[in-house]
Design a binder for this molecule. Sequence first.
Ligand code: COA
Ligand code: AMP
Length: 624
Amino acid sequence: MYSKHFNDSIAHPEAFWMEQAKQIDWHTPPQIALTTDEEGLQRWFPDGILNTCHLAIDYHVENGRADQLALIYDSPVTNTIVKYTYAQLQQEVMQLAGGLESLGLAKGDTVIIYMPMIPQAAMAMLACARLGVIHSVVFGGFAPHELTIRIDDAKPKAIITATSGIEINKIVPYKPMVDKAIAGAKYPPQHVVVFDRKLGAERTVQPIDIDFETLKNTAKPAGCVPVKATDSLYILYTSGTTGKPKGIIRDNGGHAVALKYSLSAVYGLAPGEVFWAASDVGWVVGHSYIVYGPLLHGATTVLFEGKPIKTPDASTFWRVIQEHKVNVMFTAPTAIRAIKNEDPEGAFIKQHDLSSLRYQFLAGERCDAATLRWLEAQLQRPVIDHWWQTESGWPMLANSMGIEPVPVKEGSATFPVAGYNLHILREDGTPSDFEEPGYVAIKLPLPPGCLPTLWGDNERFRRGYLQKFPGYYFSGDGGYRDSEGYVYITGRVDDIINVAGHRLSTAEMEEVVAAHSAIAECAVVGISDELKGQIPAAFVVLKTGYSGSVGTVVTEVVQAVREHIGPVAALKTVIPLARLPKTRSGKILRKTLRAIVDGDPYTIPSTIDDPSVLDEIATLLGKK
Ligand code: COA
Ligand code: AMP
């Protein structure tokens, strides 16, 4: 029963999670569930010792799954399908780990992985985990400058990369971007390990470069290094409300226990079945549900290098489900909207045998009712919206399909998952009433698997998450609860936006836009978009006396964001204004600006400096 799991997890979190911890093969099982360390941070299983790579691979090889498929690489962009059994994956990973060890990498060191969606990316992550080396995967859609920021924060001894990615049919050379990032870094790595995809991409060569295959093939295989449950497995940078990304830390023990629990309780997957998360290893979904989760669970994971459309068309998702007999799938609503636009009648869906598919999970952004309804009608099986974030690493709100499925309510991500003591709070910290929108917060302790802190910045962790509501973790999202307990997430209440399921910071974009020599001031806000959910729009005020072409400024701003942050930021809308709406104290009224663009009703803030600016903007945008 869901209510039993949930109530037990809230009333007796330590007992509940100690019981769940028995599901994994510890080197030394923990005797202590939860502790507060000398920094005042809550840590799960402080005396437990384990190795995540052992749990994800070796354990299964030793326990009857050696010949079962562990990973299926399906790449419509290169017309390739490669399958690895658990035994084959073990072979690859222990060799690669041996190679990394021969470079002097050891427990506690850091490595950055900047790779496209190829099996070598997952192998690199697992090889690091095997050695107790902390990896930090950087999404390929980020530009060299973003990579530099992460290099200087994580200070990696090595970077593992590939010669190129492929975006639909365009080769994206990675190696020159890595070189550029390193050239700008204060803490350059000692080694760059390059996987040669042999796709003809430009490949620059530096003295610190090492060939991935040679390193792997000439190494002595490495065993699994036992680490403390509280040692970091990885750092994943995510957008914050300032220009500097936040390094979310994931530990080894809590992570393994939580993911194992989620695969069966939330996703309803049995070991041996096939799970497919159509995301990227550069995002948290990729970490938890392409690489670690399914493997920890003894399932088969699909690693897909393609897009929902255009690779080659809107049938791809259904082809993959049919071909690999996917049992549970996970994607972002954007992907479904893209498919629906191309195939509104679901003709491709009808042409495929989807009998293996039990559930379709959606997350990463708000799921609109029309998309949910369309997909349910097409698939004739449960479509489950669930809510979580990089910080949590696993679902916070979901319909727990593996315990007790409940009816789906459009617009709701259903109930808090066991372990999440979720509350909707008012600004003053008191609980909001049913249907009353508020701030979504989790009463401490957070369950295992969630971030214990930020990499090298306990203070930012406390300030950003724990300060607003003492005793609670604040998620940054707004939402409300109905009288049956269903929770509805209404969106971020800060300056983070969600573009096609990709989390981006408007503050970071503002820094780039404001650096243009012709721009006096600017505001970047997320505006509604039918396909991507939100897209960024930059409102710019040109410097007095600027006499050049406005068109040139617009083009240069678009280009600058692409170059500094990356194509994934997708800033294409730049709107020159005579002035920005501000409060009397000079704060830009971003929410009001967004409402005007989206054509949503808004009240004129009492603090506004000059209300006539709103009419001016509405008229300019044709919203009046
Ligand atoms: N490496 C290099 N460039 C990348 C990249 C990567 N890994 N991922 C995206 N980009 C580039 C794209 O090529 C595109 O560049 P362009 O402006 O030159 O065309 C830009 O970043 C924006 O990409 P994207 O957001 O993918 O938009 P799109 O218009 O190409 O495709 C969708 C639209 C809806 C098909 C696509 O966004 C999609 O598949 N979304 C699903 C998102 C998802 O799974 N999110 C994971 C969270 S669960
Ligand atoms: P990320 O950290 O990239 O996973 O992004 C997390 C943010 O995405 C959350 O804080 C939400 O704002 C948003 N999000 C994720 N899933 C959902 C969902 N199911 N419904 C609404 N918003 C979501």
